[in-house]
Design a protein around this ligand. Structure first.
Ligand code: TRP
Length: 345
């Protein structure tokens, strides 16, 4: 069976979204909503795989929802909802806990990084995190998943789970009317976008991150215009003028990062930006960059703040998203139960 194109992605509810999130993920998601059926999920069940302060988590779920709407995600076009409000995610994740193999999860590099040295003390949830992610996607039989480079391995695991489920239950799946035996699709990662990797403003070899102790390393959605301008002014560079060609970025990660950000914010490609600024000093380029960054992030930040002042509105968006998400996921979960041999509720 040919699967209908359906886009699914998830974002963790963390308080502070930054330019890296915007250019790396949000921009793609927003663009895709005009071409496809898109389902976007605030993944609070993933967030609690490490301890979260309950009041902060509650605020972050609403805050991230507001930020995405502010950035241009249209909750009428796309389905925007909160993971824990749709019980099928946890239900299907349990089935996948029984499909995925320990050996597969043992290879996950993100678990190793997050658990660190004290692996015995990591939560079972953190270990099973990729199974829940597979359930997120496959509860909708989504075919395309826009994610960052760092999520590629988890996507491969989701593909393996889909395939093993199809194999393990082939006879039953065929009996349910799927002649080719494929109940779940193999979801594809979609890694595109002009500036998928936005680097720290203080170190061009490190990703821009909310956990970097230096606030100067990132531009937050909540930064006001003065702060944005100051951070760009202070951004690390080198004494050379901007190169005229891309090859001139060799050994100059900070220059490459700033030009990449400018290109992404203005919808140009890097050669176009170098055509304009090649040979010029950073002082001039940084002024132009500060202006476009302030415009975009300032607008989103102000709108997110305005929306956040009305939690009733945010909750109503999420309630509508939950209803529409369940309309897709419940019948799929019912079929999973039939296939596995569980009784429907
Ligand atoms: N693990 C993803 C991240 O940290 C978030 C996520 C959870 C996700 N479920 C997903 C992304 C499903 C895509 C599809 O970025």
């Amino acid at each position: 069976m040919a699967f209908k194109t359906r886009v699914f992605s998830g974002m963790q509810p963390t308080g502070s979204l930054h330019l890296g999130n915007y250019l790396g993920a949000m921009v793609n998601w927003i663009r895709m909503q005009d071409e496809h059926e898109c389902i976007y999920c605030v993944v609070d069940l993933h967030a609690i795989t490490v301890w979260q302060d309950p009041a902060e988590l509650r605020a972050a779920i609403r805050g991230v929802t507001a930020a995405y709407i502010a950035a241009g995600l249209d909750p009428k076009k796309s389905i925007l909802f909160n993971q824990s409000q749709v019980p099928e995610h946890a239900e299907l994740a349990w089935v996948f806990n029984c499909v995925a193999r320990l050996g597969w999860l043992n290879r996950m590099t993100q678990f190793k990084e997050k658990a660190g040295k004290d692996r015995e003390n990591a939560s079972v949830g953190l270990y099973a995190y990729p199974n829940l992610m597979a359930a997120d996607i496959l509860a909708y039989r989504a075919t395309h998943v826009p994610v960052g480079e760092d999520q590629k391995q988890h996507l491969e695991l989701a593909r393996d789970i889909a395939q093993k489920f199809n194999n393990d239950f082939r006879k039953e799946i065929v009996a349910q009317g799927y002649a080719d035996g494929n109940f779940f699709p193999q979801p594809d990662p979609v890694i595109t976008g002009p500036a998928t990797r936005v680097m720290s403003l203080r170190d061009g070899t490190k990703k821009m991150s909310k956990s970097d102790p230096s606030d100067l390393s990132r531009i937050n959605i909540t930064d006001d215009a003065d702060t944005v301008a100051r951070k760009i002014q202070k951004a690390k560079t080198d004494p050379e003028p901007l190169p005229s060609e891309q090859a001139g970025f060799a050994g100059r990660p900070e220059a490459e990062n700033l030009v990449g950000i400018y290109a992404a914010l203005t919808g140009q490609n890097v050669p176009q930006v170098l055509g304009e600024f090649g040979g010029q000093q950073f002082s001039i380029f940084k002024k132009a960059l500060a202006e476009v960054a302030t415009q975009t992030m300032g607008r989103i930040g102000a709108e997110a703040k305005r929306l956040s002042a009305d939690p009733g509105y945010i909750d109503s968006v999420l309630a509508d998203g939950t209803r529409r998400a369940r309309a897709i996921a419940t019948p799929i979960m019912d079929e999973v139960k039939d296939i596995v041999g569980l009784l429907r509720a």
